[in-house]
Design a protein around this ligand. Structure first.
Ligand code: 6GU
Length: 252
């Protein structure tokens, strides 16, 4: 997979060189190319923002540097991305925005199947709307939010999305079983986990986990998943009940 990440603060993306994603890059499983948006300006002050047309607070990102930066990505990635050039899918352009579609585990799974992702992190009050319209001629454009709160810019959201997507790529995570057992993999939250010692500061682990009875342990964990999801995420729990009913399974 090829990822291009654009920003006026590309240094934010340095954290992607750490830990599992850092190793995935060194192993050639994913190539992450960072770009400084200001390199695509042509004035002395490398200006990327301007006042909003129609008035209002704050500043808006000018369209031309974004178009030039994205054209540069299309040119440089054209040869680097497998199967690009003719007949293949256009790159996906993800524009982080609190006004976007909410990014979920399902989105991460979908995007993990893409060949080429481009992340355009804006600052200020956002990017001139015409950039997304223009980009639709060259990219599959996806405005994306990572939740119902406001960040100062898209960079932290890009890091979250890149991590959620790349950890799903084959070979990034050593034990792929951990992907199927984790929260959200099956629409439920993960069960609580424990390690040794069996009693710590007067608190024991659930007795059944020490029994060696794998069927009963699985049953216990499933019940814990349901209990936790019902308590912490009634929205997910309601969806789960509907899905179980539709699958014709009895619901406790
Ligand atoms: Cl993707 N960007 C910004 N600036 N704020 C956000 C967000 C994205 N998702 C939630 N809040």
């Amino acid at each position: 997979m090829r990822i291009d990440a654009l920003s006026i603060f590309p240094e934010f993306y340095d954290v992607l060189d750490l830990s599992l994603i850092g190793r995935a890059q060194r192993d050639g499983l994913v190539e992450i190319v960072r770009h400084q948006l200001r390199d695509f300006t042509d004035d002395k002050h490398r200006t990327v923002d301007d006042t909003p047309v129609g008035g209002g607070a704050g500043m808006v990102m000018k369209p031309e540097p974004w178009a030039r930066a994205l054209e540069h990505v299309l040119e440089t990635a054209g040869s680097a991305v497998e199967g690009s050039g003719d007949g293949s899918r256009p790159p996906v352009l993800i524009i982080p925005s609190p006004a976007g579609e909410v990014f979920t585990q399902r989105t991460a799974e979908e995007l993990a199947g893409a060949e080429h992702l481009v992340f355009a992190a804006g600052r200020y009050e956002g990017i001139d709307q015409r950039v997304a319209e223009w980009a639709g001629e060259h990219f599959e454009v996806r405005p994306m939010s990572i939740g119902d709160y406001v960040l100062n810019g898209g960079e932290v959201a890009v890091i979250a999305m890149v991590e959620a997507i790349t950890r799903l790529l084959p070979g990034v995570i050593g034990n792929p079983e951990s992907l199927t057992e984790e929260s959200h993999a099956d629409g439920l939250l993960e069960y609580p986990v424990y390690t040794k010692p069996a009693v710590w500061r007067g608190r024991g682990v659930p007795e059944i986990l020490l029994s060696g009875d794998h069927a009963r342990i699985a049953e216990h964990r499933r019940a814990e998943q349901l209990r936790r999801t019902r308590r912490e995420r009634p929205d997910l729990y309601a969806r789960h009940l509907v899905a179980e009913e539709q699958a014709g399974r009895a619901v406790r």
